[in-house]
Write a protein that binds this ligand. Sequence first.
Ligand SMILES: Cc1cc2nc3c(=O)[nH]c(=O)nc-3n(C[C@H](O)[C@H](O)[C@H](O)COP(=O)(O)OP(=O)(O)OC[C@H]3O[C@@H](n4cnc5c(N)ncnc54)[C@H](O)[C@@H]3O)c2cc1C
Ligand SMILES: *[C@@H]1O[C@H](CO)[C@@H](O)[C@H](O)[C@H]1NC(C)=O
Length: 471
Amino acid sequence: MEDSAPRPGEKKVVAVVGGGLVGALNACFFAKRGFQVEVYETREDIRCANVVRGRSINLALSHRGRQALKHVGMEEKIVSKGIPMNARMIHALSGKQSPIPYGKKGQYILSVDRANLNKELLTEAETYPNTKLNFDHKLQDWSAETGLMTFARPDGSKTQVRADLIVGCDGAFSAVRKQFLRRSRFNYSQTYIPHGYMELTMPPKHGEFAMKPNYLHIWPRNTFMMIALPNLDKTFTCTLFMPFEEFEKITTGDEVIEFFQKYFPDAIPLIGADALKRDYFRLPAQAMVSVKCSPYHIGDKCVLMGDAAHAVVPFYGQGMNAGFEDCIVFDEIMNRFNEDFGAVLPEYTRVRVPDDHAIADLAMYNYVEMRAHVNSKWFIFRKHVDNLLHLLMPKTIIPLYTMVTFTRTRYHVAVERWHWQDKVINRGLLAGAVGAVFGGSYLLVKNPPNINKLAVAAEKIWNKLAALNTP
Ligand SMILES: Cc1cc2nc3c(=O)[nH]c(=O)nc-3n(C[C@H](O)[C@H](O)[C@H](O)COP(=O)(O)OP(=O)(O)OC[C@H]3O[C@@H](n4cnc5c(N)ncnc54)[C@H](O)[C@@H]3O)c2cc1C
Ligand SMILES: *[C@@H]1O[C@H](CO)[C@@H](O)[C@H](O)[C@H]1NC(C)=O
């Protein structure tokens, strides 16, 4: 048994379990503080492996994630390899495309390659002499009393290691979390949504992107939806979201084409009919799970971060961003409490649980909303009003999407503020409507407008708004 407990005068040992996105970044945070950091990762070193099976090929990086990268000096490196997406590009069934900006001019999110991001973060962690990456180490069990962890090795052997602090960054199916589940007064919920997802590649056309690159392309179709994010190699990764039962209904190549013909006709020539027929059956649709729990810590021994603490459904593009922000929040609390784990861990739970629960709820809300309200007139009208009010009163009315994506407003505060704004705006609209009925009828009688022109303009706005409540 290796015993890595600190000798007097030595920095404590922090074991980061999981060398995924959050684990690798967190290793940098702890290494920067001078801890002796040991990262334990089930997989082999993805920088040497040729097949990397991630969960999604690319993801949207926004403000919170960028701020965390900045803390460890990695922002520029990652941003330079990202592709800015300034707006959503909505694909109507007719093939018509209409852009809808994410925020104000100059605000954008970035499409980044998951594998590259993970590799860069591992390489960065390794630049600290006080960090060691241990691949092919799968955590099996650990003891909350002693901090002793048991790892399984690919050759079937086992290793035991002790650490002062265990940081569980081992994802949605966390092995670290199992110990929490055995304890009393641990709240836990896990929900699988009925939708699955499947990734399809859209190749370059004549050496160029097949569609406009600086957009997150969206094909909203109520119960189904497809999105596409650009990659540096000029491909797009398309992700089809659909209920599992619908995925299962399609069993032959011709049925795939028939289905796309009906819902995403413009995508067929771009992906290629033959590729579509083949790739649809390459991997089964993947499940999506939402996990909420509390507390995030056990004594002064263990803390959960990233998906291990809060797996969220991907409809707000915040899972990784929230996990990265966890690292900053923890770091800030370490400063406040002088790296005293006994004080830091409970405070981290106290501060972070409401925010991570809020983003889990928001992501779920967006998932429901995208299907249920996409055709609600009131809803679309309200999105328009919110954006207009933000333009008029940028400090008072801030759309929820803007707060979540382009600020570090605490997630639960963003939600509270959103509810407050909603009430105020609805009241204002009610008062306005009463006034408008009287005022408007008077004006209409005095100078009747050109109804045709009005209708055309209204329809234009309408079409744009119809797509607003997409990610
Ligand atoms: C389809 C899809 C699209 C998404 N899009 C976005 C997006 O656009 N923007 C965004 O911010 N987020 C997005 N997310 C969420 C994002 O992928 C996750 O939030 C993020 O990967 C969480 O990182 P993590 O390090 O906590 O977990 P993971 O990335 O799951 O990493 C966990 C690591 O732990 C290792 N591990 C697991 N078990 C053990 C063990 N027993 N012992 C040792 N190691 C172990 C795993 O091998 C893995 O390397 C998306 C998710 C999905 C599914
Ligand atoms: C568990 O959930 C209940 C109900 O929401 C809540 O009152 C309680 O404080 C939670 N406990 C923990 C430890 O988070």
